[in-house]
Unconditional design. Sequence first.
Lengths: 400, 400
Amino acid sequence: MRILVLGGDGYCGWATALYLSRRGHEIAIVDNFARRRWDEELGVQTLTPIRPLSERLQIWRELAGRAIAQHIGDVTDYAFLSSVIRGFEPDAAIHFAEQRSAPYSMIDREHAVFTQVNNVTGTLNLLFALRELRPGCHLVKLGTMGEYGTPNIDIEEGYIAIEHNGRRDVLPFPKQPGSFYHLSKVHDSHNIMFACKIWGLRATDLNQGVVYGAATEETAMHEGLINRFDYDEVFGTVLNRFCAQAALGHPLTVYGRGGQTRGFLDLRDTVRCIEIAVENPAAAGECRVFNQFTEQFSVLQLAGMVQAAARKLGMEVEITHLPDPRVEAEEHYYNAKHSRLLDLGLQPHALSDSLLDSLMNTAMEYRERVDTAAIMPRVEWRSGTNRRGRAAGATVMANR
Amino acid sequence: MRILVLGGDGYCGWATALYLSRRGHEIAIVDNFARRRWDEELGVQTLTPIRPLSERLQIWRELAGRAIAQHIGDVTDYAFLSSVIRGFEPDAAIHFAEQRSAPYSMIDREHAVFTQVNNVTGTLNLLFALRELRPGCHLVKLGTMGEYGTPNIDIEEGYIAIEHNGRRDVLPFPKQPGSFYHLSKVHDSHNIMFACKIWGLRATDLNQGVVYGAATEETAMHEGLINRFDYDEVFGTVLNRFCAQAALGHPLTVYGRGGQTRGFLDLRDTVRCIEIAVENPAAAGECRVFNQFTEQFSVLQLAGMVQAAARKLGMEVEITHLPDPRVEAEEHYYNAKHSRLLDLGLQPHALSDSLLDSLMNTAMEYRERVDTAAIMPRVEWRSGTNRRGRAAGATVMANR
């Protein structure tokens, strides 16, 4: 299949591009390197030293004997995006090319507006480009489980049957997103649903949980293929961040009581879920939603697991509770369905001791690269303007 | 009260500004005249000749003895908007300042992106400005009944209690908007709900039905205060458009079967609803939703009523059914609740023969200004690129 990976230089996108390339698909990556520039803006870097994209692709070509094309540009630039779609003629377009950090979107007004305009415009452009040039192409869009928030009822996969005053309908599941970033994904979901309805496009909206893990089989094949591993307060997801903290002997920073429960999945399951979606495309006119995670954990549970893994390496790590910088329930009901990908063949990697050991080892290996000043939360949801340390006064690194 | 009317030069905004000014409130208008420029872009004009804003305000000052301030600029320009909020210190901010036409948003990619970026950015800016400068100010935001779409269950006011698998929660009512414009209002609603939650802002989201009518008591006081009256396919709402068609002896153009049922209200009720919202502000942290309409009609019912009103004036007008340019159900269940404004004292103007007579008379009076070429629908939802006659090749009239 001809598969376009938008945002293919990022954490999930890079792993996905290699995985699908190895399985024989023809892959082209679209990226504008915005993710690398946000590191520069914030004065942080991935724990693992990543190579320039062209070098990564060169190594992959030599190692796997497979070429991956790269198209460097911005999905908010329609002339660029449409020329790529016209030239590559994708059968599937996997859309990772968005600003994906909740804290980044909460820094200030400028970052909030940037996140929503960037993400909404990019997705609208992609919808119009597919409508115009490639209407049969399957859009696989990365959404987030954070779109749902934490309702006091079971979370279904995208839609819910509601009985009300003696009548019944199946309606989009109500959304209660918890940051301007999460809101941007909700906006996207509504736009995609509408485009499928009016134009007959086919889409799969993957409401992904929090991804953990450093490597896939492919990224582990060569040091030059290494994936990014973020541990900072803005882009670091919680489990990776805890591992980096443990490797340094830094206390694990639990926000609030730590009863915040979310869906999680291994990066190796992310790439497999994408493959499953691509191999089982949505029907024309269908906007299908899969909840893409494998296990639920509370933040405090995860901290305990990392503490135990560290202890096996002879390290005693504390768990500290910080005032929650976010506005969220610190204890709540959470039961989210996630059977559709399992029904299509996903065999999950459960979060195991060995994965935690390997994450800890990665963190230990690169511990001299950790900047502890980047770990403590400095972006407060309740504030309209956050100064981000070295980034104070810095403006959004625009995409172009 | 000190009340800021954003978009105060438009159809609802102008009537609201005068109404509240006459009742003793101190009013300031913010407008960038985008609405007037969209007429120029599309090559159409309001049926009623409207004066420049400064002239309108001069007449109002002389007639009513009350000054209304004007601030000319764009709400997407934060420096401008925040300087207005800082200087005027509003107790309530009524936000009409958005692109409000569904067909305009469906012209092509450029108009879709413009509508969403413009509306979402303006509302985000307003939320941040209130957070920073005037957190106690009550935001009264114009949404639309079109956010809900046409679900097969009763439509509640913003939120719905859902029982699911033995558990219960009150959640945002699921949204199924029918155009990129309607989607922009859904995006706004989610953003506002979140801002109230994290910052304790107070907001009333008015999901307004389709407004009809040409005049309020205030706009009728002087010819120079006349309100705009749009009849074209892009900005003309259905009842006003039917009256203009009838005045010309033009067939009433019903899209599809005409069973599309919506909530409607008289412009005189719009201004009173706004007053009720302002006088009964939301609590700090509350995002309250009122469904702002008074009666439900199907499009075919309205056509029949206009046909009858025309007959009284001795005119025989046909009703024609055109293929529906929109993607929408042409027959459907529709029962939307709208008790909250009634509970707070709204006494609705029902759509009466006399109102229809007066609308017909307005249309007759200015019939020589009608451009029949502007009436027939040329924006097709199913097309990704619509050429708008004289506007072909024209680009969005940017706000700045």
